[in-house]
Design a binder for this molecule. Sequence first.
Ligand code: SF4
Ligand code: SF4
Length: 427
Amino acid sequence: MAVGLDKIEPGKITEKEHLVVEGMDISGHWNRMFEPRVLTEYTVDNLEKVAALPGGESLMWCYGCAKCTAVCPVDIVGDYSPRKIHRRTQTGIDLFSSPDLWLCTTCMNCLRVCPKEVNMIQIMPAVREQAVLEGNVPPELQKAFEDTAKHGNPLGQPQRKRADWIKKAGVAVPIIKDLKREVDILWYVGSYPSYHPRGIDAASAAARIFNALGVDFGILGIEEKDDGDSQRLAGEKGLFEMLAEENIATFGKYEFNRMVVTGPHEFNAFKNEYPKLGADFNVLHYTRFLVEHLDKLKPLLKKPINLKVTFHDPCYLGRHNGEYEAPRELLRAIPGIELVEMGRCRENGYCCGGGGGGMWLDSHTKDHTTMRLSERRVREAAEYGADVLAVCCPFEVSRFEDAAKSTGNDKLMVRDILELLDESMKE
Ligand code: SF4
Ligand code: SF4
């Protein structure tokens, strides 16, 4: 209520005279508020509950401009964005138990455009952490948490089999423990490249490329565990800290100059999150590492690949870490490839749906959207006439291959850039 308005007795206020200008009554008597206006019919308790969490504060800062709604990949297949989350929470929805809690992939496209810096990459993990503590987690995600805790990887595969893939690589893949010496490159392979059949294809291709370039490298083999960053973003902070502690101790046992990682999520973890826990090493995503070796790599790329290729920017390589060029430089180096860009690329790249725990929430997402984000993305690639959807994140190959099938775009091939390079190296 306006200051002093409560002291005015409504019955005593009358309109004295009207001011009429050129036939129009502009005295505004119709707009005088003699009664206090009811502005709210709800409590903001739920919004305040989110804002009270460390990391949740910025949800309060939203002023409803809706810039985020225009770019949120989930809104394109559903009804979602920070603005909508803010409004729903403000009008009483409990985000802690709402299905909305699990739809954000932490892709960061909203933060890129938000004038108020409403930060879903901090808000969502903070609220999810509470939901996890209360046991309110979708079952498929809970399983991924449990598999990671028990086996060191979210696929639920035995730890002792983590290096079995090297038997299929066709070249030497040294285990750093056996080398008993310093190496130039510690290659952190990652969970999906170690266990998933299509991830193994990319890992084997990387091994062949590293060998052909004469890279002095070693892998951790059965000592390697999942980086845990996606589990952290999905709300399992404790699990992340446990894995980080174990991985950092393992890294500390060996001498290496730099680390190369296969996946953008691991890259993000080791570059931005592990240093907060005391780890200090130089890490590169494989695309940047191979670009450094382009002079040596180019002469090896002899076989033309005469296909139209489009590239999907991984959120955690592009928006989160600013790397847009290295993957494209590698693709341009392959003879025969015609590189076409999709409308949603680079800074505005569409999300595959796998980030922030989305990798293990496909059924939940499908139940609350019109289609999976991966399905929307393969349709876009097909609309641009691509023969190949090129990726450089181990989450994406299987996601997009499944989506190509489920949307009837079977002709669209999904290939890791490593596979395309390896193919071009074949005589
Ligand atoms: S862009 Fe930011 S301020 Fe604007 S509606 Fe979205 S969250 Fe709110
Ligand atoms: S981080 Fe991505 S998915 Fe989450 S709300 Fe923002 S734009 Fe949408």
